[in-house]
Design a protein around this ligand. Sequence first.
Ligand code: ATP
Ligand code: MG
Length: 140
Amino acid sequence: MAVTRTFSIIKPDATRRNLTGAVTKMLEDAGLRVVASKRIRMSREQAEGFYAVHKERPFFGELCEFMTSGPVVVQVLEGEDAVKRNRDVMGATNPANAEPGTIRKELAESIEANTVHGSDSDENAKIEIAFFFSPGEIVG
Ligand code: ATP
Ligand code: MG
């Protein structure tokens, strides 16, 4: 299995509850390495750009409101089959449906305040990484 990269966001519900370390430990325990990380306050423009694929969904406005409601930690994660590995440890979008031991089952508050974002394909991972990081900020 090839070593690849994925993009992660620790969402405002997690930073508000001081869970940056707890989430990162679960990512690291799952075999992912943090090769870039920064804490930012997302602008409305960044949130709308990042979630542009969801702009026709009924929850788009609320999602952008939530993602700008507090600090987030954007990260690049590296590991074998990183996209799948990350999505496995994240768990289902709705924490009520997530498997025990996953980040969302153990830590998420709701389908919206669901603690983490993770890229859903290698192609989107590249786009999302480039949205927040320049190549020189990623140190593998
Ligand atoms: P993410 O993209 O954040 O990693 P995901 O791929 O599991 O999560 P998506 O379908 O891409 O889920 O939805 C993006 C985000 O939009 C979700 O993480 C969640 O915060 C929010 N969301 C999705 N569905 C709903 C919904 N029905 N109501 C409110 N918010 C939702
Ligand atoms: Mg998604």
